[in-house]
Design a protein around this ligand. Structure first.
Ligand SMILES: NC(=O)C1=CN([C@@H]2O[C@H](COP(=O)(O)OP(=O)(O)OC[C@H]3O[C@@H](n4cnc5c(N)ncnc54)[C@H](OP(=O)(O)O)[C@@H]3O)[C@@H](O)[C@H]2O)[C@@H](O)CC1
Ligand SMILES: Nc1ncnc2c1ncn2[C@@H]1O[C@H](COP(=O)(O)OP(=O)(O)O)[C@@H](O)[C@H]1O
Ligand SMILES: [K+]
Length: 532
């Protein structure tokens, strides 16, 4: 199980192409995938009973192979299927499983749920009701498998009634869900809504609802490739699945492991290496490799950051504090400001102060305002040749063309509102939008949010794994701009500077836990930096 940081991200089509390029049969790949899944599930499940739910495609095929291998290795495993397999490889995998196959709609929960219903082939919401299609007696029962697998599933200790599921027989709530969450997941189905007053039997339960039911009662939920219900490439939750504890991504991470809202359903993502060579111009953000000062260092070699203060000096103060704690050697705040820290060089704004050719990064936008005064400050910034970090109000006062024409390294850090205003609204996915924006502005674009995407004009993309929802507080964007400024001033290539700033910001946030404020985030950048 490989952590996703630094790894390539492939779309469903790219993954299929990589698979085909191996020249191996789907069955051979499925055998490897299923075996890798079995090994991982065994490690995670210990000796608990495992229920693998299998869909009609190759994701289901992986599930059958995993079930067979788990059983061969002595695990207690049950299989429930959503219909018969449709692909040749899945049919063969199904034939290799000699235990019983329960109907998905009727399946009772187990402590470990493995979701192999749908993977990269899901193209539409899971709106069809689950139907009972299979209840097979073992074809080769007893021949190869241990008695634990051959015997019918032990009488379920689980509460069969739909309502109230959320605690298991020993009275403990499932590990991964609060009672409130469990209740929220058991919303009335569209099916029962259509028949008010009629309690939905298990058989009428829509797929997504049965999946929630099984997940809520499980102690550990594991999704194969993707939680069923998520689109692979766009981050869309076509049918919101349960929130899984672990997602085992086959061969490579996919966009929906990282893009919201899908990413939140994946839990911990781990990649299973199934020996398929994969390359991509999109990668998961990785820890940066940052230079540490040597004996020959002085403040200017560590990088000089200038920040232009504007209408809201708190914002530029935060950016300055962040630049200092991210490791800049010299930070100057140009404007009518005062206050600590003493190490921050506060100076009145002037074109002369801006002309200092030691400035390695100029941060403009945090708290700038949108007045004529703000426009004039921005104009002065653009009249220099300094590499730029453009944030906040600067992004409201510029156009992509004008940024492209400024003809020097630039990093833009828009949140969704600023991005829409600058580049226009679109239904395309966040990776596509960020890549197009970087090209249009000929600049690095850091499209912020719970799934920050960083793109370069040449098409390279880094996607940041989810950091902390507590970042949703005023001023954290200013901190990011300052941190990126410090990286740019330290002479990192602009794309690497943006990536390093985003990594430090996220790491600082994770360290702080809940309810921090932006000032603390700026200070915590030091600890993030120290961890490298
Ligand atoms: N990448 C790799 O290296 C390897 C990948 N492998 C595995 O293959 C997986 C991809 O397999 P896949 O292409 O067969 O697609 P999958 O996700 O099983 O679903 C397709 C089936 O679901 C059906 N269906 C779709 N939507 C539906 C809906 N809403 N409601 C109901 N049905 C719906 C669809 O029906 P159709 O749309 O054709 O009517 C079709 O029957 C991948 O995630 C990985 O696990 C390994 O085996 C080998 C190495
Ligand atoms: N739910 C979230 N999860 C992770 N990061 C978030 C979340 N919400 C916001 N962020 C991050 O917090 C920062 C907010 O920046 P921004 O919206 O510009 O705020 P401000 O203008 O108040 O500084 C960005 O770096 C963004 O990526
Ligand atoms: K799945």
């Amino acid at each position: 199980m490989i952590r996703p940081e630094g790894r390539p991200v492939l779309t469903a089509a790219q993954m299929r192409a990589a698979e085909e390029a191996t020249g191996e049969s789907v069955s051979a790949l499925m055998e490897r995938a299923g075996t890798a899944i079995a090994v991982a599930v065994r490690r995670l499940a210990s000796s608990s009973e495992i229920l693998i739910v299998c869909g009609p495609g190759n994701n289901g095929g992986d599930g059958y192979v995993a079930a067979r291998v788990l059983a061969e290795r002595g695990a207690k495993v049950r299989v429930a299927a959503l219909g018969d397999p449709k692909t040749d490889a899945a049919k063969a995998a199904r034939a290799g499983w000699s235990g019983p196959v329960e109907a998905f709609a009727d399946a009772a929960p187990a402590p470990i749920l493995v979701d192999a219903l749908f993977g990269t082939g899901l193209t539409r919401p899971l709106d069809e009701p689950a139907t009972k299609t299979t209840n097979t007696t073992p074809a080769k029962a007893g021949a190869q498998l241990g008695s634990a697998i051959d015997s019918p599933p032990a009488s379920p200790i689980w509460a069969p009634a739909f309502a109230g599921v959320g605690t298991v027989a020993d009275g403990r709530p499932p590990l991964n869900r609060s009672p409130a969450e469990a209740g929220a997941q058991l919303k009335p189905s569209s099916n029962s809504a259509r028949h008010p007053g009629t309690p939905a039997s298990a058989r009428e339960r829509p797929i997504v609802e049965q999946l929630h039911h099984l997940a809520t009662a499980a102690h550990l939920t594991i999704a194969i490739d993707l939680p069923s219900g998520l689109a692979t490439d766009t981050g869309a939750a076509l049918s919101p699945p349960p929130i899984f504890d672990v997602t085992l991504a086959l061969g490579a991470a996919k966009p929906s492991h990282l893009l919201q809202p899908a990413a939140r359903y994946c839990g911990e993502v781990r990649i299973l290496d199934i020996a398929i060579p994969v390359t991509s111009d999109t990668h998961v953000l990785d820890r940066p490799d940052l230079p540490t000062p040597g004996p020959d260092a002085h403040k200017y070699t560590r990088g000089m950051v200038a920040i232009i203060a504007g209408a809201m000096p708190g914002a530029s103060d935060l950016a300055a504090l962040a630049a200092m704690h991210a490791g800049a050697g010299y930070v100057t705040l140009l404007g009518d400001t005062s206050g600590p820290p003493h190490a921050l060089v506060r100076a009145p704004f002037s074109d002369h102060a801006l002309a200092n050719d030691r400035i390695g990064a100029l941060v403009v936008g945090p708290g700038l305002g949108r007045s004529d005064e703000a426009r004039s400050l921005l104009q002065s910034a653009l009249a220099t040749n300094h590499p730029l970090v453009l944030d906040g109000d600067a992004l409201r006062l510029l156009t992509p063309d004008r940024i492209a024409a400024s003809n020097r390294p630039a990093i833009l850090t828009p949140h969704a509102g600023e991005f829409d205003a600058l580049f226009g609204k679109s239904d395309a996915d966040k990776i596509t939008r960020t890549r197009a924006a970087a090209k249009a502005a000929n600049a690095i674009v850091v499209f912020k949010g719970a799934d920050t995407v960083i793109a370069a004009p040449d098409g390279r993309v880094r996607i940041a794994p989810h950091a902390s929802d507590w970042l949703s507080t005023a001023g954290t964007g200013d901190v990011l701009a300052g941190a990126i400024g410090a990286m740019l001033a330290a002479r990192l290539a602009p794309f690497d500077a943006a990536a390093a700033g985003v990594w430090l910001h996220a790491d600082a946030a994770r360290r702080l836990g809940p309810a921090f404020i932006a000032d603390e985030l700026a200070l915590a950048l030091r600890k993030a930096r120290a961890s490298l």
